[in-house]
Design a protein around this ligand. Structure first.
Ligand SMILES: Cc1ncc(COP(=O)(O)O)c(C=O)c1O
Ligand SMILES: [Zn+2]
Length: 413
């Protein structure tokens, strides 16, 4: 092959070129990207990676984008932070945060997937890109389209957080609020993709989009000093991120960039929308779709596209899953912010709360290297904190007024 990657059907092995498709036209099996891994391992040494810019493209041989395709620089390479104070609270001695709340340009891990999908959309000649979104993807598609000079059409459930709606409109995107759940929005996008020549990043460009999530795994391993962690806790909606993080670790081993090791993948969901975690907890191999009811709107996908893949990945890795209630989500956000100075969104609250359970139940051992994926920024979901963190009334600009307030606050602390 001229490129190092191919879009292929894992069932009948048919290769697809020059088209955006998520399913095999012959057997309707979800298409996957495969790589010429022996050739990648010849070209991609640690030295080569380390000599490149600090963004997702430092692993370009393991991404499905031709070298001459325009791409957005600066995406990814977010901090991997030691989290000793949070670790002490949760009972882990080797806890890390992969902080995609600081991702460029729209402060969530979705910038990674969209960077790859929009680059491929440009390679395929699309003038219009779009998505069905629970919020963060909307922000990322709108921003990346603006930078690439493409039009964007973005469809979302009508009840998303105001910051996520404004954070889409500001880029000049066409935003359509739909009176329905994410799953209804997603089906509508699939129908639109049939009749319009648009690149929907998570519909017809899905195989490319999903590959962007692998870069989280590449960076974690490199930032740990080219080694694999023992456990990674990942918030799940459609389930793509968790499955592709596992694929990323496998590929690093296959091309010889890290020594082999077992990484256990743990999935985190809100109790009010937990089709994948419930199946894991109940030992089911099939998913039961749900109508979401949770403050964590970013994870509110009741019929996850990569749900079966996530189940298989979790089981195959020896990991697990659990859920968090809305109260636990808010407590998790505050715990993370107060102990580590990282303000994550509701999905981060889910991840922290679920990690606490996994450690307290002995499913994650204290001395193992455990990485929590903080996938989005708390400034986009402040609504859920408003009743908890009510502001005191203003004081007069005098020392007396300050001393009174000091006495009241310090006394209460
Ligand atoms: C902040 C955040 N974290 C995690 C996820 C889950 O990603 P996936 O749909 O790949 O499971 C999403 C999805 O929208 C998200 O917005
Ligand atoms: Zn096929």
């Amino acid at each position: 092959m001229s490129e190092l990657f191919q879009l292929r059907c894992p069932q009948c092995t048919r290769a697809i070129t020059g088209a955006a498709l998520a399913l095999c036209p012959d057997c309707f099996y979800p298409l996957k990207i495969t790589y010429d891994l022996p050739e990648v391992s010849r070209r991609l040494t640690r030295k080569v990676v380390e000599s490149r810019n600090h963004d997702i493209w430092r692993y370009q041989e393991l991404l499905p984008v031709a070298v001459d395709t325009p791409r957005l620089a600066g995406v990814g390479w977010t901090p991997l932070l030691r989290a000793d104070r949070l670790g002490r609270r949760l009972g882990s001695e080797l806890l890390y945060l992969k902080d995609d709340a600081a991702n460029f340009p729209t402060l969530s891990f979705k910038d990674r997937v969209v960077a790859v999908a929009v680059a491929q959309a440009q390679a395929l000649g699309y003038q219009v890109v779009g998505c069905a979104s629970t919020g963060n993807l909307a922000n990322a598609v709108a921003a990346h389209a603006a930078r690439a000079g493409l039009d964007s059409w973005i469809l979302v459930p009508h009840d998303l957080e105001p910051a996520k709606l404004l954070g889409t409109l500001v880029y000049g995107a066409n935003l359509v609020l739909v009176d329905g759940t994410y799953d209804q929005v997603n089906r509508l996008c699939a129908e639109i993709a049939e009749v319009r020549n648009w690149g929907f990043v998570n519909v017809n460009l899905r195989p490319f989009y999903a590959e962007g999530s692998k870069t989280v795994a590449f960076e974690i391993a490199e930032q740990l000093g080219w080694r694999l962690p023992d456990n990674v806790v990942v918030p799940m909606a459609g389930g793509a991120q968790l499955t592709r993080i596992a694929k990323g670790f496998e590929e690093l081993v296959e091309v010889g960039l890290v020594p082999p090791g077992q990484v256990r993948l743990f999935g985190a969901q809100a109790q009010g929308c937990s089709p994948i975690a419930s199946a894991v907890l109940e030992g089911r191999s099939h998913l039961i779709p749900q109508v979401p009811n949770t403050i964590c709107r970013s994870l509110a996908i009741g019929d996850p596209a990569d749900g079966h893949g996530a189940l298989a990945t979790i089981a195959g890795s020896g990991g697990g899953a659990d859920t968090a209630t809305d109260e636990e989500i808010v407590a998790g956000i505050r715990q993370l912010a107060e102990s580590e100075g990282v303000f994550g969104e509701t999905a981060a609250g889910v991840t922290v709360a679920v990690t606490a359970k996994l450690i307290s139940q002995g499913r994650i051992a204290p001395r193992q290297t455990t990485v929590l994926c903080v996938t989005g920024n708390g400034l986009k979901t402040v609504d859920c904190l408003q009743s908890e963190l009510a502001m005191d009334r203003a004081v007069a600009p005098t020392m007396e007024a300050f001393e009174n307030r000091y006495a009241a606050l310090a006394g209460a602390a």
